[in-house]
Ligand binder design. Structure first.
Ligand code: HEM
Length: 403
């Protein structure tokens, strides 16, 4: 792409009107935006930001930027819709003091000790799935592997009975799918139905936990006893927790497998030096960030990159672009599983930084390393299909085989 073409693409960029090619490969567009329009004004008056330094500053600043999305989600979902109630009640789209109260309990339940306790179960789960792949010879690395891990881990964390977990993934996809920049009537209806069904299901689980609390290490018991939440707040935060860890972690594992299988020299390096798994997962998070877009609302006038942003301006923060910014990362397009430092923003930063990052890292480290070690003959067979989503980046299917 020459300079004039890149400048024109950046100037015309509209996140509400993306073309099919963008979903496949958004990175040239992001590079054009970073270079020519780092604080880009969109047709609807919102701004799209793509430089690492700007995102890092905004994520850490609670004075000028708010996470409260009521003003944005009212017109998007309709104020009396189930999607509106859900997304405006979960902690991620709120400011203090409510956000702090809920977050404290989640962070306490996901302590380093709690994570250590999860490790043997995740390893056994991954090994069991790999054994099934070995028997099948041909399979889909998303449906038959990556997607099966988070649903178990997050289901275990909230102690959802195993036989009741089947609908969780579809509910989660529908509810988070409604956050896409472009929302069809179908996605809207689907999302509303999923919130209603999910909360109806959780009422029973919560009633059971009220009757039989499980102690301070149990996430749901903590939220019930310590966070002083109304019934709706409790329900919506549980829905959020169950959703937050699903598609994102599935995509991290799927994107990681894709990167390793398309970079055989990196896969070989990991096999010969398994200690690299920590930095390898960070590199997958950076290069193919599962959560590509975040949002903030300007709460006080502020200047970013020379552009004055007025209160109530809606910002889209492009994590996917920031994580390939050459001002922060050397040789940013290169997949380097030993990269250090790697201060990526895949989990955002600041007060709302992902509360489940330890769980996600653990799942991905175990899944990627054990797959590479125990299936050295694994290869992609073509026909990988991406979801048509700009916010959440991942594959819907990744056909593969052993030979
Ligand atoms: C690779 C997987 C994951 C990615 C890429 C990811 C990404 C993110 C990002 C970018 C945010 C910040 C949103 C914002 O403020 O705009 C966030 C928040 C959050 N995530 Fe994750 N997440 C992942 C997995 C998980 C898991 C497994 C859990 C739960 C066990 C989880 C729980 C949460 C919670 C509770 C928040 C809200 C934090 C707050 O608002 O204070 N996430 N995540």
């Amino acid at each position: 792409m020459d300079t004039e073409e890149a400048r024109a693409i950046a100037r015309a960029f509209d996140p509400n009107r993306l073309n099919a090619g963008f979903y496949e490969k958004p990175y040239d567009t992001y590079a054009a935006l970073r270079t020519f329009e780092p604080v880009h004004r969109c047709a609807d008056g919102s701004y799209f930001l793509s430089r690492f330094a700007h995102l890092d500053e905004i994520y850490r600043d609670r004075i000028h930027f708010s996470s409260d999305k009521k003003a944005v989600f009212g017109p998007k979902f309709g104020q009396d819709s189930a999607l509106y109630e859900h997304h405006t009640t979960s902690l991620v789209f709120n400011d203090p003091p409510y956000h702090t109260r809920v977050r404290r309990q989640i962070v306490a339940a996901l302590s380093p000790n709690a994570l250590r306790a999860l490790e043997p179960g995740i390893t056994a789960l991954v090994d069991g799935l790999l054994e099934q792949l070995r028997e099948r010879r041909e399979f889909d690395l998303i449906g038959d592997f990556a997607a099966a891990i988070p649903v178990e881990v997050i289901g275990n964390l909230l102690r959802v009975p195993r036989e009741e977990r089947a609908p969780l993934r579809a509910w989660s996809l529908a509810i988070l799918g409604a956050l896409e920049t472009e929302l069809t009537a179908d996605q809207h209806a689907h999302g509303n139905r999923a919130v209603r069904e999910f909360t109806a299901y959780l009422r029973g689980l919560i009633a059971e936990r009220r009757r039989r609390p499980l102690g301070a290490t149990d996430l749901l018991t903590r939220l019930l006893q310590e966070a002083e939440l109304t019934e709706s707040e409790l329900l919506q935060n549980c829905v959020f927790l169950l959703n937050a860890g699903h598609e994102t972690t599935t995509n991290l594992i799927g994107n990681g497998l894709y990167l390793l299988l398309t970079h055989p020299e990196s896969a070989a390096r990991l096999r010969s030096d398994p200690q690299l798994i920590g930095t390898a997962v960070e590199e997958c998070l950076r290069l193919e960030s599962p959560n590509q877009l975040g949002n903030r609302l300007v709460s006080q006038q502020v200047t970013i990159g020379g552009v004055v942003l007025e209160p109530n301006t809606y910002l889209t923060l492009c994590i996917g672009a920031a994580n390939r910014d050459g001002e922060e990362f050397s040789d940013p397009e290169r997949f380097d599983i030993g990269r250090r430092p790697n201060r990526h923003l895949a989990f955002a930063a600041g007060a709302h930084a992902c509360a489940g990052m330890g769980v996600a890292r653990l799942e991905a480290q175990i899944a990627l390393l054990r797959t590479m070690q125990s299936l050295p003959q694994l290869h992609l067979t073509g026909g990988a299909a991406r979801a048509r989503r700009a916010r959440f980046r991942g594959f819907v299917s990744l056909p593969a085989a052993l030979s």
